[in-house]
Design a protein. Structure first.
Length: 470
C-alpha cells in the first residue's frame, strides 16, 4: 500500500519476478546477469523503476551489478590477466581487451594498500634483527623513495607509449631482447613469491608440530587444481576472503605487540646496526614491497589514470611508515634473539593464535594460484604460442602441474633457511631495474618511430614520441 498526497492507501500490484524459463528467451548478456547472485532481484527492481520512470543514474548502485563486480576494483583479480599483455580468451585464444576502467580514487587507494600489506610485513620484525633498529628504518625509506621514483618513470613511459603491458613497453622502448628480459624477470618474481608462500605456510605448520616437508606436500592437492584455472577473475571470492584474514591477523599482532611492550618494556639485546648481516635485511625490505608488478593493471582499472602517480606516492609513504612502526614495535619487544623470522610465531600459544595462524595459512594457500597463473601464462606463451585452450590443453596442464611441483621442491629446500630464501628471492628490485632500462630505451628513441608489436598484439602499431629520458 502507498499514500499519495494524503489520499487513502491503495494497493499496488507488482509484476512477478522473472522465472528461470525466461533465461532461455534472454540474450546471452542478459542471461549472465540473471544467473549472477541476486540477478532476478536486481532485474525486478529495475523493471519497476523503468515503469515508474526513474532514471538509471538515480537508482542505487546495488541494483546495477553484483557485489563482487562492485568490489572487483578492490580485489583486482580480473585485471591481473592483462599483467603481461597476454590476456587471451581461454576458448578462442584471441587477445582480450579489458573494458574501460571504472575504479574510483578511493578504490584504487584501498587496492594499493592491499597490494603492499600482505605476508611481507610479517617478515620485517625478523628482518630488523639483521639490520638494527636505526639502519632498518632508514633503509626502508630509501627503498620506498627509489621505488617511487622508478614507478613514476615507468608511468611516464606508459603515457608516452600508450600501453599498460610491461612486455609491450620494453619491446617498443628497447627491443625484443628487453621484452624477453622483462618477461623473465616477471617470471622469476611471481614464481619466487609462490615458493616463499609455500615455505611460509610450511613454517607456520611446523610450529604446530607438522614436518615442513609434509606441510608443503599437503598444499599440492589444493593448489594444483586451482593452478589449472585459465582466468584470474575466478579467484575474486577467494582473494577477498584471504585479504580479510590477513587484515585480522595483522590487527591481532599489532594489539598484542603494543600491549606486551607496554607491560614488559623493550628487550635488552637490540642494537642500532649490525654490519655483518645488514645486507640480508635489504632483501627482506624488497620483499615487503611485494605486488609492484601489478601496478600497471591497477592503473588500467582507474577511471582517472592521471591521478595514479599522486595516489601511489601517498599510499607508498603511508605504507612505509606503517612498515617501520609495525617492525620496530615487534623488534623492540622481542629483541634479536627471540624475534622469529615470521612474527606470527611470537604470539603466545592459545586459541586466538591458532585461529590467526590457520587464517594466514588459508589466505596464503589461496594466494598461491593467484600469483602462479601469470607465470604459467608466460611459460605457455613461450612453449605453445597463441592458440585456443583446446589446442594444447593436455600439454599446458602438464606444464602447469610440473611447474607447481618444481616450486614445491624449491620451497622444501629453501624452507630450511627461510630467512635466506626471502632475502634471495628479492635480492634484485626488479621494478627499479625495469623502469630504469625502459626509460633509458625510451630516451634513446628520441625520434618518432613506429613499431609493430608481435606476439599477442600482432598488427597493433605503437607510436613512440620523444619524451622520457633517463
Amino acid at each position: 500500500f502507498c499514500h499519495v498526497d494524503g489520499q487513502a492507501a491503495q494497493p499496488v500490484f507488482l509484476d512477478r519476478a522473472r522465472s528461470a524459463d525466461d533465461i532461455e528467451k534472454a540474450s546471452p548478456r542478459e542471461s549472465s546477469r540473471l544467473l549472477a547472485p541476486q540477478g532476478f532481484r536486481r532485474h525486478f527492481l529495475n523493471s519497476q523503476a523503468d515503469e515508474a520512470g526513474i532514471p538509471t543514474e538515480q537508482r542505487p548502485e546495488a541494483w546495477q551489478q553484483p557485489f563482487l563486480d562492485r568490489v572487483r576494483p578492490l580485489v583486482m583479480s580480473g585485471y591481473y590477466d592483462s599483467l603481461l599483455g597476454i590476456s587471451l580468451d581461454p576458448d578462442t585464444g584471441a587477445d582480450r581487451v579489458l573494458a574501460q576502467g571504472s575504479a574510483s580514487n578511493t578504490q584504487v587507494c584501498i587496492t594499493l594498500v592491499k597490494m603492499f600489506v600482505g605476508s611481507g610485513v610479517t617478515f620485517l620484525p625478523g628482518g630488523f634483527s639483521y639490520g638494527g633498529w636505526l639502519f632498518s628504518p632508514i633503509m626502508l625509506f630509501v627503498i620506498a623513495i627509489v621505488q617511487g621514483v622508478a614507478v613514476a618513470r615507468l608511468i611516464s613511459c606508459c603515457k608516452q607509449l600508450d600501453s599498460n603491458s610491461y612486455a609491450d613497453i620494453a619491446l617498443v622502448a628497447v627491443g625484443r631482447g628487453c621484452e624477453f628480459a622483462v618477461q623473465m624477470s616477471l617470471l622469476a618474481s611471481v614464481f619466487g613469491v609462490v615458493i616463499c608462500y609455500m615455505a611460509f605456510v610450511a613454517k607456520l605448520a611446523s610450529s604446530m608440530g607438522m614436518h615442513p616437508t609434509m606441510a608443503v606436500f599437503l598444499q599440492l592437492p589444493f593448489v594444483m587444481p586451482l593452478s589449472l584455472m585459465r582466468s584470474l577473475g575466478q579467484f575474486d571470492s577467494a582473494n577477498l576472503c584471504g585479504s580479510m584474514l590477513i587484515v585480522f591477523g595483522l590487527m591481532v599482532v599489532v594489539a598484542y605487540g603494543m600491549g606486551s611492550l607496554v607491560a614488559h618494556g623493550a628487550a635488552k639485546d637490540v642494537a642500532p646496526f649490525y654490519p655483518s648481516s645488514a645486507g640480508i635485511f635489504v632483501g627482506f625490505a624488497c620483499f615487503a614491497f611485494e605486488g609492484v608488478h601489478l601496478l600497471l593493471p591497477i592503473r588500467a582499472s582507474m577511471k582517472n589514470t592521471d591521478m595514479f602517480v599522486p595516489l601511489y606516492m601517498g599510499v607508498l609513504a603511508g605504507v612505509a611508515v606503517f612498515y617501520v612502526v609495525f617492525a620496530l614495535l615487534n623488534y623492540l619487544r622481542y629483541g634479536k634473539t627471540e624475534v622469529e623470522t615470521v612474527v606470527l610465531l611470537n604470539l603466545p600459544h592459545g586459541v586466538l593464535t591458532s585461529i590467526v595462524q590457520f587464517g594466514y595459512m588459508f589466505a596464503l594457500v589461496l594466494s598461491i594460484p593467484l600469483n602462479f597463473l601469470p607465470g604459467a601464462r608466460i611459460l605457455e606463451l613461450w612453449a605453445f604460442g597463441i592458440g585456443k585452450k583446446s589446442d594444447h590443453f593436455g600439454a599446458s596442464s602438464s606444464l602447469r602441474l610440473s611447474s607447481m611441483a618444481v616450486c614445491a621442491l624449491l620451497a622444501i629446500k629453501g624452507g630450511e633457511n627461510f630467512d635466506k630464501l626471502l632475502a634471495l628471492s628479492s635480492a634484485l628490485p626488479l621494478e627499479v631495474v625495469q623502469a630504469r632500462l625502459v626509460c633509458y630505451g625510451s630516451g634513446l628513441r628520441h625520434h618518432c618511430c613506429r613499431s609493430v608489436l608481435h606476439g599477442p598484439h600482432i598488427g597493433r602499431d605503437v607510436t613512440c614520441n620523444r619524451g622520457v629520458s633517463s
